[in-house]
Design a protein around this ligand. Structure first.
Ligand SMILES: *Cc1c(COP(=O)(O)O)cnc(C)c1O
Length: 401
């Protein structure tokens, strides 16, 4: 059995399809979970108290409305805990994400922030799920929305392409209108009688507070050029998490840069400033426990990999903190660097960095990886029959580098 029968699937949402209270076994830490379950399958250890702390830090520090970007970790329990901590707005990009938010948290708002949407998704979003906020980066998309959606009590935000900063993922090539085009689109939205907004995304895992300042200066020029009232200004996501090979300034530096950028902007008193963090809200709120299935020399074969929870370490090269857990302890004092292979038959299923662990690590030992709350379970496939779908909650502090 891949999943122990006494653990509930994260998709078991309880009464009437609603996430009332996440049904998850709770342990003091990963060690206690291992003592109880002896898992031969990967186990995600969610830290609800860390989610709550992160949500509070954003709500208190960010000068505006905080939306959670659902794609980063759509686990119903994550949505539930963030909502409990005061997050009432959710950035969604597809109809299933919208349905997830609106059915799990009926009093929360979903925003349809994908610049390219099908007509069917637009119709269902507006009519079934009462979505009032949409993003465009092209005139054809505006025309499509005006045709597919009958109601006019909606807001349309124009996604602006920005130079971005030192980010691991650049997000302004695929989406975003150039400044002159964005000003034109804002005028068209206003002329259609809809509320207007301007949005950008400086790129994911952006370590440079000045990137927001630069983007806000550009946004100010666009707003000036458009000459129409701006109801929403959305500074996107991209706030970074800490990885061993990617040290970043504290979140408060990013909030300060945004405050500075907002100071001189031509915004009316009823303009709502928003942000859409994904990673920074959830990255340190989850760790992953895997088991070593075989050792060959200094290579360890484990039960999770790049097609499951660890595509980010492979694609972006982020280095996760790791520690060996053995029942009864007693490791060799020496440390060795191990190559870590995932469970599939694909030879690319290997972590790009070696991981330092006690030199006698071997079959049956467990490894806890920290900082896997973002883009892990969200991107896991079922390739080769392997899945990572067991979640527990732990009271332990975040496992940081
Ligand atoms: C992915 C994405 C986010 C979240 O980005 P993070 O880097 O995880 O904060 C926010 N907004 C949009 C439009 C996105 O595509």
């Amino acid at each position: 059995m891949y999943k122990t029968p006494d653990l509930l699937s994260p998709l078991d949402t309880g009464v009437a399809g609603r996430v009332r209270k996440p049904l998850m076994r709770r342990f003091a830490d990963a060690d206690a979970m291992i003592a109880a379950l002896q898992p031969s399958y990967p186990v995600y250890c969610l830290r609800p108290h860390v989610l709550a702390d992160n949500a509070r830090r954003f709500i208190e520090g960010f000068p505006g409305r905080v939306m959670y970007a659902v794609k980063c970790n759509p686990l119903p329990a994550v949505l539930h805990h963030l909502h409990e901590a005061g997050i009432e707005h959710f950035d969604t990009a597809s109809l299933p994400e919208i349905a997830l938010v609106r059915e799990a948290l009926p009093d929360a708002a979903a925003y349809f922030m994908h610049p390219v949407k099908s007509r069917a998704a637009l119709l269902s979003a507006a009519e079934v799920y009462d979505v009032r906020h949409y993003v465009i980066d092209h005139a054809e998309e505006l025309a499509k929305i005006l045709k597919a959606v009958e109601r006019r009590d909606i807001a349309i935000l124009v996604r602006l392409s920005t130079p971005g900063g030192k980010a691991l993922y650049e997000l302004s090539r695929k989406f975003g209108a150039a400044p002159a085009e964005a000003a034109e689109l804002l005028r068209a939205v206003h002329a259609a009688g809809l509320e207007t907004g301007l949005a950008f995304h400086v790129g994911s895992q952006c370590g440079e507070p000045a990137a927001w300042r630069t983007a806000l200066d550009l946004a100010a020029q666009v707003i000036d050029a458009a000459g129409v009232p701006i109801r929403y200004l959305d500074v996107g996501g991209g706030f970074p998490a800490t990885y061993a090979n990617h040290p970043v300034p504290p979140l408060e530096d990013f909030f300060a840069a945004i405050r500075n950028g907002l100071d001189g902007m031509p915004l009316g008193p009823d303009c709502i400033v928003m942000c859409e963090p994904g990673r920074a809200l959830v990255a340190d709120a989850m760790s992953l426990v895997v088991q070593v299935q075989l050792r060959k020399g200094n290579a360890l074969y484990i039960n999770d990999g790049i097609y499951h929870s660890m595509s980010e370490p492979a694609v972006a090269g982020v280095q996760l903190p790791a520690r060996l857990i053995r029942q009864g302890g007693g490791f060799a004092p020496a440390i060795a660097d191990f190559t870590i292979y995932g469970p599939t038959c694909d030879s690319t299923d290997v972590l790009p960095h070696t991981i330092p662990l006690p030199a006698d690590a071997g079959e049956g030992d467990w490894i806890e990886f920290g900082q896997v709350g973002a883009y892990s379970n969200a991107m896991s496939t079922r390739f080769n029959g392997f899945t990572s779908e067991t979640f527990v909650s732990v009271d332990a502090p975040a496992f940081l580098p």
